[in-house]
Every structure is written in structure tokens, then in C-alpha cells.
Design a protein around this ligand. Sequence first.
Ligand code: GRF
Length: 215
Amino acid sequence: MRIAVLASGTGSILESLIADDLPIGVVLVDRPCGAEGIAAGAGIPVERVLRTNFGRDFDRDRFTDDVVAALVRYGVGLIAMAGYGTVLGRSIHDAYPGRILNTHPALLPAFKGWHAVEQALASGVAETGCTVHVATLEVDEGPILAQERVPILPGDTPASLHERIKAVERRLYPATIRSVVEGTAAQPAELDVPTNGAGSILEAGSTIDTGRRTG
Ligand code: GRF
């Protein structure tokens, strides 16, 4: 099964997927970014569906249709978002139902949204983490496939904490994608990190950003 990776940033998560020898057929970006160079360096085709409008009148559905059209050309069966900065519309979920994965730098359902690391730090919780989940139309919702805790240390800045989280994501995301590709992914009930707030460390981080990412 060929995988499309969607990225907008430095591409260090993409790099970990490449290093794990996952069958990546294309890297699609929504803006010029470091991920392009990493893909090119590995001989992976790069598709640019560039987003030029970050305003209120952004035509999300049309943009999503363009993304889907680009992906369909590569015959991919699974999509892995790896720091992709545009919330996509319904058509990609219709085209790839249950086949879109995401990694998020917090222990969902705590700290949804684009500022998860900053919010975890500001909230005073002792630990945060990362979550690999099936992406749905609702941002940072969808069945959780894997989670891992990451401690918040004295003196942490958003950058230092995010890097510690990403170090875990670079191990957890490739492994989880591989388990999906191979059909051995854990069911949510098998996870050892609580996935709801009841009696869990997630209670302390209850500041949920329900705003949609717009880039
Ligand atoms: C990761 O922390 C991912 O969870 C988030 O964006 C970051 C991507 O990092 N959605 P990089 O650009 O791959 O270094």
C-alpha cells in the first residue's frame, strides 16, 4: 500500500517515516517548506498544491478537491499528515474513508488545535505527550491509535518541549503507520494511556482549543 505524506513544515517527522522505509509514493505540501527538500533528497516525488489564501474567504472545499486530484494520480491507499497546516474538507474523507492518519503533539483529547505545545506548557501540567489518530472531519478528533507521555521539565520553552515531543513522534508515528499498513494496529481499548479525562492526567490539561486550524 502506497502512502502519501502531507506536510507544511521542517519535515523532521517525514524524515522519520522515510528512515523507517515506509512505502511513501508522494509528499504533498501546501506551501514551500523544508519537507520538500527532504522528500526530493530521498527521491520521492513532491506535489505542490499551494495555498495562497489564508483569509476567511479561503475556498476549503475547492482546495481539498485539488489535493484529492493530486493524490489520486499516485494511487495511494493511505494518507499520513505530518505537520500539515491546512484543515481539509469533506472530499478527502470521502475519497479515503478511515485512511487518513495524523500525529498531534499532545495527549488528545487534551490540547487540540495548532497551539497544543504552548497550551500544555502554559497550563502547568507535569506532562503532555503525543497522539497518533485516524483523522476525521473534526480537527484532532477520530479514533486514537497510539499515545505516549512526555514530561514537561523545569525551564522548558515551547521549542524545547516540542522537540522532546517530536523525538517521540519520530518513533511512534512510523511504528503506528507500519502497524496500520500491516493490519496490526492497536484498538483504542488496548492503549495504556487514558483517552478521556476521567481520573486521568488529562484532567489537568482541560483547556481545549476547539478552533479549527487555518494554517
Ligand atoms: C509535529 O509535532 C506534528 O505533530 C505537528 O507538527 C509537527 C511537525 O514537525 N502536527 P516537523 O515539521 O515534521 O518537524
